[in-house]
Design a protein around this ligand. Sequence first.
Ligand code: DLL
Length: 429
Amino acid sequence: MPLDNYWQKEEIMPRRELEELQLKRLKWVVNHAYRNVAFYKRRLKELGVHPSDIKKLEDVKKLPFTTKEDFASNYPFGLFAVPLSEVVRIHTSSGTTGKPKVVGYTRNDLENWTNLVARCLYMVGVRKDDVFQNMVNYSLFTGGLGFHYAAERIGATTIPAGVGNTRRQLELMMDLGTTAIHCTPSYALRIKEVSEEWGLNFEGSRLRIGCFGAEPWSENLRKRLEEFFGIKAFDSYGLSEMNGPGVAFECEEQNGLHIWIDHYLVEIVDEEGNPVGEGEKGELVLTALTKEAMPILRYRTGDITFLIDEKCSCGRTHPKIARISGRVDDMVVVKGVNVYPSQVEHSLMKIPEVCGEFQIVVDRKTLDNVTVRVEVPEDKVNSEKLKAKIEEILKSDLGVRVNVELVKKGELERTGGKAKRVVDLRKNS
Ligand code: DLL
């Protein structure tokens, strides 16, 4: 295949060469972390591991995990490996404790990150003659600037639309002839909703590509968005601790997300941190292989997925991860059954009367009291028949009965960014 189809040659590097590159970079990053981050030197010494012990890729297992708590205890700059004078950008993301996680980038880090996101956009067909409307928060969230610079790098006409003011977003889309959009899937749903209220449809619009990510979503939501906007919708995964977006992204096959293993070493582990069997579900653990400002070893992302390592028709040699089913901390246990918001979404999206927004409310320690609040049109709020139908579908899909409460369209909070799907009232009681 001609290289015209790829942004960087590493995307189609033979796997053996990729692994050689990974090993070279793993040795570099462990050395870098050991020499320049007191936290890692101490951790490695405690485990009796020296950077020279890393001789093959499997030796990554000798290294300690890094957790979200380690970000909190090293706040703000304790995980930085270079002086601040070398750091040219800072982003933050909300942490498990009160303090945010602070992430830093050198000039090289920004260069790598821009190219990684550009790979993703290029992979789904964004080119210089596209008009790219970036509808996410442009401040500390990595999704704004991360996508912005990548789209510009490709040469696309980039609109830094930011988040919110949905009518203005629609006007921009129509008036400027937007061909590609980026936002969270829940915001895409909001745009759909406002378009419907406004009587707008996308027949004849130039829009053809949607990049959606930063939160879990489902196959059935993809179908709804593709149909409504007349686009192909692609799943985009990343996290601030690993630069931001541009860690993994779907190709035109729309069947799993290619994860860029020349920059991120991938492991999937169980609750105890042991590797799961081939193709089994577990927590994604990532080692950043090229980050200078903040080398992070074996980061426990909290995100649940599995590895799909098959030849892909797009020609890229990087493995895929399955769509993230959810975060460890967003999982709700209902009568002993694990339920993720994305599963609930997938089921709800099958039901035409359901508008799209929903919330899972957990209100007792015993966890058997879970209510799914579902938005429906105003004239259906009192429909016992619809309520029973939704309860039945959820029971059959999830394998456990949950209560359903119908609420009128527009009642649940819309954030414009990441939706809050689980409301845990136990925390306040
Ligand atoms: O959400 C980076 C990003 C921006 C990704 C734009 C994609 C698009 P954080 O705010 O640090 O970074 O949140 C990272 O969001 O650990 C996942 O739990 C969740 N997440 C991100 N992408 C997806 C996705 C950005 N496609 C956290 N599916 C991650 C499911 C996702 N969850």
